[in-house]
Ligand binder design. Structure first.
Ligand code: PMP
Ligand code: GLN
Length: 384
């Protein structure tokens, strides 16, 4: 029997492939995006505390009330925006769950969904599984800003959703107030919803402020804001995040989420609820990561790569098109094997694998590891 796949074009994710290759070749793994350092012991102690206290059974499907309430207070403090903790926020098993559930909740067969390319890998499969049609709109290179003319041209009567990601993976581009206004103008009189992937909301540089789509009144009433505690608290393996959305949308969102994971690990929710009480746990993130970004970019300056320091996220892209025409995939694999540094070729974020000769490095690593990687990159001529 030949299995008729629902996702014939999807294989194992590049993150799994490159992390495995890095491990097989003992390379420094700057590919998959995860912190190379331990999270805060205070947070671990809180989880241990709540496990011992017996908070080990199913949490409510929408998340434990205390976490929803504190998240709502934090959001009010940070963005000045109010949500109802009962009806407008759901705790989920990672932003991946939030994105998938939101897409599934609004996309009907035949609906078109606009994706801005390069796009994070989980968006298109979710749309296809829901019977929707991803419509790809390229971002403008070299800065990966949004081409609003192209977005406007891509909107049809069938458009039901647009997926936004700011700060952007892989480029680090951060949406401006003008971007928010442009999107609002384009969709305000249409039945078009938005999934806004804001997992890097607290990782921003050079004094930039993350502009959540929730801060725009027109966007707030039609947007699912997806976030990840994994990114913010250096615990990506915990797979815990959240989704904000207006009551009607959240109602539909929860209909899906309850059958994807039902609920999310209980002791983690109580621990994070307490940890959120200290605002420095998230407000210090820009400073913490800026040092790493600067260390990494400074070191890369004395290599042959070309780069513009990332505005946000924990990724740094580098260009090498002026040095070689080798494909980014071949180069990423070869660098892992030959010089022991793993990266992500950004062609994987494009439907047609467009090769712009750009690699993505994750700098959420211990300084020693970053310095080691820089030393290798400085002393080896990969293109000899
Ligand atoms: N969106 C983007 C842009 C990401 O980089 C990631 C990766 N970690 C996710 C979503 C998924 O987040 P989570 O691990 O919380 O599911
Ligand atoms: N978001 C991470 C990245 O871009 C990977 C997460 C995953 O492996 N699914 O590297």
């Amino acid at each position: 029997m030949i299995f008729d796949s629902k996702l014939p074009d999807v294989g194992t994710t590049i993150f799994t492939i490159m992390s495995k290759l890095a491990s097989d070749f003992g390379a420094i793994n700057l590919s998959q995006g995860f912190p190379g350092f331990k999270g805060d012991p205070k947070l671990m102690d809180l989880v241990y505390h709540y496990m011992n206290e017996g908070k080990n059974q199913y949490a409510p499907m929408s998340g434990v009330p205390v976490l929803r309430e504190r998240l709502v207070s934090k959001t009010k403090k940070v963005h000045g925006v109010e949500y109802d903790s009962e009806k407008e926020v759901t705790i989920v098993s990672g932003a991946t769950d939030a994105i998938f559930s939101a897409i599934t909740a609004v996309v009907k067969p035949g609906a078109e969904v606009i994706l801005l390319e390069p796009a994070y890998d989980s968006y298109a499969p979710g749309i296809i599984l829901a019977g929707g049609i991803p419509v790809f709109v390229p971002l403008k290179l070299p800065d990966f800003s949004v081409d609003w003319q192209k977005v406007q041209e891509a909107i049809t009567d069938k458009t039901r959703l647009i997926v936004v990601n700011t700060p952007h993976n892989p480029s680090g581009y951060m949406w401006t107030q003008d971007d928010l206004n442009q999107l609002a103008l384009l969709i305000q009189n249409k039945e078009i919803y938005v999934v806004s992937d804001e997992v890097y909301e607290h990782i921003t540089f050079d004094g930039r402020v993350h502009l959540s789509l929730m801060t725009h009144p027109v966007l707030k009433e039609r947007t699912f804001i997806c976030g990840s505690f994994g990114k913010t608290f250096h615990v990506t393996g915990w797979k815990i995040g959240f989704c904000f959305g207006p009551g009607e949308l959240t109602k539909e969102f929860r209909k899906v989420h309850q059958f994807v994971t039902f609920s999310t690990a209980t002791p983690l929710q109580y621990a994070i609820a307490d940890y959120l009480e200290e605002e420095n746990h998230y407000l210090n993130l820009p400073k913490f990561y800026q040092k790493k970004r600067d260390l990494f970019c400074e070191g890369l300056k004395s290599t042959d790569f070309q780069l513009t320091p990332a505005q946000g996220s924990f990724f740094q892209q580098v260009n090498y098109g002026h040095l070689s025409q080798e494909s980014d995939m071949d180069l990423a694999v070869r660098m892992t094997k030959e010089i022991g540094i793993a990266s992500i070729p950004i062609s994987v974020f494009f439907k047609n694998k467009d090769d712009h000769k750009i690699l993505r490095f994750c700098f959420a690593k211990e300084d020693e590891e970053l310095i080691k990687a820089i030393e290798i990159l400085q002393k080896t001529n990969i293109f000899k």
